[in-house]
Ligand binder design. Sequence first.
Ligand code: PMV
Length: 314
Amino acid sequence: MSFAPFSIKVPGKAILFGEHAVVYGQAAIAMPVQRFLTLNFTPRSDAVEQPVLVASDWDLRLDLAAPAAGTETLVKALEAGFGQFPQLSRAVHMELHSEIPRSAGLGSSAALAVALVRGLSKIAGQKDSIEQNVNQAMKIEKIFHGNPSGIDHSVIAFAQPIKFSREQGLGLDVKLANSLEFVVAVVGSHGGTAARVGALAARRERWPVMFQPLMQQIGQIAEQGLQAMQDGDLEQIGALMDINQGLLNALGLSSPDLERAVAVAREAGALGAKLSGAGGGGAMIALCQDKAQEVQQALEALGFVVFRSFVAAQ
Ligand code: PMV
């Protein structure tokens, strides 16, 4: 079987409100960021019936015909992708280019999952809907993260702001009165979402009476945050981000670098700032509007990798 080479491009994501609490059924708000992952698909030239994934940005080369030690999770993830298209030849060569750093809370694994199923679906000649891609990508995210809420690959597949809850599902009706301008700082690797989610689960088991209300409050912040987005109340969005950060810190999910980045962003004029994603490192997002340049420079001076991202009003 052969096919003409093609590329799939998907954005990264940031969580504006509600990470971690979303795993326990609370609502969360996520948005795409202007950092992209591109997966180029070509037929494998040597006709070996196994896929190859080359990701030089992540320092990675995986040939399923001879997988190197240490690539077991990625092998299982690719199997979970190809396993959903059993009619396909597996002789597919994939070249991945990513502006999304790994283990940084910006959705790198979810972006790979969505791009993979979208590409395989195209090779198979299927016209799968975005909802079908979300379900297909979930099988891969489960390999990467164990117990993912589903928010990451949902926002990436739809490439628009979403409200997400395990109980109520996906809300695509997130209308923004104002566009939102963010500065994103990557303070380092967070060491893996599964580890952070697992560590929180252990702390929650130890202090259930304390942790349950914190989770509920985070869910309420997400609901109020959505309202503030719809009202175009930027100060309220910023204030809610700050409160969300305080609660994430209370849950043990911040880090000295994240706290430093948050403080510097606020000091430089951000309306609000918080960690985004699994925490313990990874990404910090700051709502900036007219102070974006000052915030970016202040964060760069700390040595962090920084970029700007915006969400357009609808
Ligand atoms: O994998 P990350 O760092 O992009 O964060 C995922 C968000 C969590 O709420 C921590 C986990 C989940 O599955 O929702």
